[in-house]
Design a protein around this ligand. Sequence first.
Ligand code: ADP
Ligand code: MG
Length: 603
Amino acid sequence: MKQGQISVQSENIFPIIKKFLYTDQEIFLRELVSNAVDATKKIQTLSRIGEYSEELGELKVVVSIDENEKTITISDSGVGMTEDEIEKYITQLAFSGATEFVEKWKDKEPEQMIGHFGLGFYSAFMVAKNVTIISKSFQKDTEAAEWNCDGTTSYTIQKGNRDHRGTDIVLHLTDEDSETYLSKWKIRELLRKYCRFLPIPVEFDGEVINNTQPIWTKKPAELNDEDYKKFFEELYPMQEAPLFHIHINTDYPFNLTGVLFFPKINHAIDNRKDRVQLYSNQVFVTEDVKDVLPEFLVLLQGVVDSPDIPLNVSRSALQSDSNVKKITAHISKKVSDKLQELFNANREDFESKWEYLDLIVKYGMLSDDKFAERTKDFCMVKTTENKLHTIQEWIDICKVNQTDKNGETVVLYTTDSQAQHMSIKSVTDAGYQVIQLNGPLDVHFAGFAESKFEKVKFKGVDSAPVNQLIEKDETIESALSKEDQETVENAVKTLVNEVAFDVKIESLPPQQEFISIHKNEWERRMEEYAKMGQGMPFGDMGLKKHTLIINSNHPLASKILTQTDDLRTDTVQYCIDLALLEKNMLNGAALERFISKAKNLIQ
Ligand code: ADP
Ligand code: MG
């Protein structure tokens, strides 16, 4: 038996590894099983190229636990290692890798990392007080070797007791960790999480836990819809079928494979837990793919596999990594290409899916200009009659009847067709058409569409009196003198809170309301930006959120001039209350007053 000393500066790195990676302790199993898989793949390759001519036998990795001995064993029949190789690969190389890793990360928060590749074999010491390797190399005339290390920097190596090719890694668990990891349930859970799609069968408790040929490793031409459906069900059991899938299969200029599913997502902010999973050569890395997937695609599902995504680096390094940027851009392109294809192939079907695509497409357009350029021709808008049109189609329709004096086409929209019912009715009575923009990003989207399409303006149906929505050149004379207008205006002003309302008297067609309340378009936009944390607080700017417009040409305007003060107050108050009621703004004492007045009317 030989005793050795691992030569490193820091006396004992194991406690550091252990403490440092505590939050992600369970990855030890992933690391050891992937090593076993790597060794197995190596023997397959050697056999294929004629460097190894003996029987390969059944190639699998077996994980087992022994509750009495308090051990976990990972066995493979891969290439194995000679005594010299253990010295070289485990004691020197793996150790220096682990040391480097700790040096690099000891000052950082674990959350800054994505995956912990690079730690490899030594992650075993996160749960084991003692690790034994028993290995026999595939090479002829070599002897088995046994290596032991107790988590300090010294180890022993001697002849081992093993007559067949391969390696056993035996972890003697620490007392505190044995409770967690000696459970069959726990080990199966970990294997299902990390090893579910490894390319070599992994057996635990008499059962193979993995699918060695997941769909993304195959060519799209070899697969049919049923295969994708089955794979989706395998990944996300009990979930509603996705709308469609995208198969990614690229090997230049980076290696990227995967299958993304477009789930049914609708307006409510979706908190779904089952997101895209990131793999590296079929080894599960993380479900936290925020920095690899464009942000607007985080609600997608499926798998992305790339050995070209650097895994042992910090978040910020990942974001500035040029491969990751290219991969992100590639995925975004794949998604828009697929949408275009669906739109071209079957418009009716595309429209039937639109309600689920709406939010993601708009989010994508707002956050990624290239995506916007590729999708703006099939991004849909929905009318109040629930018909869908592309933006350009809709602008062309509006052009006929809704072009203002400056030659700009006005697209009228409602953010809530129930609450804004009265306004919708007045504008449709005037012969105009309205689309629904009721999604969380839609008001931003309106501003965005104005910038992408020429001579177009979006306006809320309730943003101004009907005749001012699409401005014409004609001016309407006021039926009242300046003096009378002032009297009417003051009668209204004394009854409203001028902090909340901007009061204006205007000459409108006599058939329009006497008093009406509007949400100025610009104010609505500012409010939406503020909601997204981009605007300025209204209070500080002293903005008024609503405009109250008095129509000086309405018959009531002339009538109240002839009324006594009390009667005038009554009439004006009632008209204000009606305007508030129309906008769902009548409440509290004002509502009580209004209701008792209404009751009096029917007595
Ligand atoms: P990596 O897998 O990234 O090379 P590890 O620390 O996981 O780093 O492993 C170090 C080396 O030890 C491997 O490259 C391999 O040469 C050797 N090794 C580890 N496990 C096995 C095994 N089960 N069979 C054969 N060789 C192994
Ligand atoms: Mg490894």
